[in-house]
Design a protein around this ligand. Structure first.
Ligand code: FBP
Length: 258
């Protein structure tokens, strides 16, 4: 049980590629619309895991990087309270070669109780199959005024711990001091930063990553900041340098710009 499969020197750099379902192909260009291109980045960039929905796993997963099968998802077409129901069983995730399942919960949505309940069953199924459990926790809805506020992000982290996740993917608060409260709230569960749209500069993105690590975070599970980069493998090397090899920020920036 647990997240060990995804850890390298106690850290993890995970590539997420479920944005096609979530956002549609607007995030993509001629290259990164092809899941084979992403699989290649995951492999050559030595990522510790790749996140796919089941359709991509069925047709493109090559077994070279540990698979995290996302078992729920939603589009961004409907703008009301978010709800993402399960679309793949844990058993089917196992048959596709997954070493973990991923599930998104939107606390604050009027549908949160359904997601909490559904996740409860998935977590137990995952334990039976010895899969790790990664939960994306994105507070959303009318009551959530600021989804990166210290207490909101810490609540997201705590929710993941209390529901039995091995790793919790949350948004960065903007500085390492406030983020460290979320890491504390996550207890023994690992904390991964969620990326968001491509940052205006590489420095800004890598600074955020550094903040997460300084706060005690384990790493990240991001997509656009890697595969929308002109040279995704350079960004991958910079992330590995910073996160796994514990190089400093200046060295990581030099790598991505080199
Ligand atoms: P990015 O690094 O590209 O933001 O990916 C992280 C992620 O959690 C994806 O797994 C997911 O598709 C996306 O963000 C959802 O983003 P949002 O709900 O903010 O539109």
């Amino acid at each position: 049980m647990g997240f060990d499969e995804f850890l390298e020197k106690d850290r993890a750099v995970i590539l997420a590629y479920d944005q096609g379902l979530e956002h549609g192909p607007t995030d993509f260009n001629q290259k990164n619309i092809d899941p084979n291109f992403i699989m290649e980045i995951a492999e050559k960039g030595h990522f510790n895991g790749i996140v796919f929905q089941k359709g991509l796993a069925e047709r493109y997963y090559n077994g070279k990087v540990p698979l995290i099968l996302k078992v729920n998802g939603k589009t961004n077409i409907y703008k009301g309270d978010p709800m993402a129901r399960q679309n793949c069983s844990v058993e089917y995730a196992v048959s596709l070669g997954a070493k973990a399942v991923g599930y998104t919960i939107y606390p604050g949505s009027m549908h949160e109780s359904l997601m909490l309940q559904e996740f409860g069953k998935i977590q137990e199924d995952a334990r039976k199959h010895d899969l790790a459990v990664i939960v994306w926790v994105y507070p959303r809805g009318e009551a959530v005024k600021d989804d990166t506020a210290k207490e909101v992000v810490a609540h997201a982290a705590r929710l993941g711990l209390e529901l039995g996740a091995d790793a919790i993917k949350i948004k960065y608060t903007g500085d390492s001091t406030t983020f460290s409260w979320a890491v504390k709230a996550a207890g023994k569960a690992k904390v991964l930063m969620s990326g968001g749209p491509k940052a205006p500069t590489e420095e800004i993105f890598l600074q955020q990553v550094k903040g997460v690590l300084d706060a005690g975070g384990t790493g990240l599970a991001v997509g656009r900041n890697v595969w929308q980069h002109d040279q995704p493998l350079k960004m991958a090397s910079a992330l590995r340098a910073l996160i796994i090899e514990r190089k400093n920020l200046e060295e990581a920036i030099k790598i991505v710009k080199g």
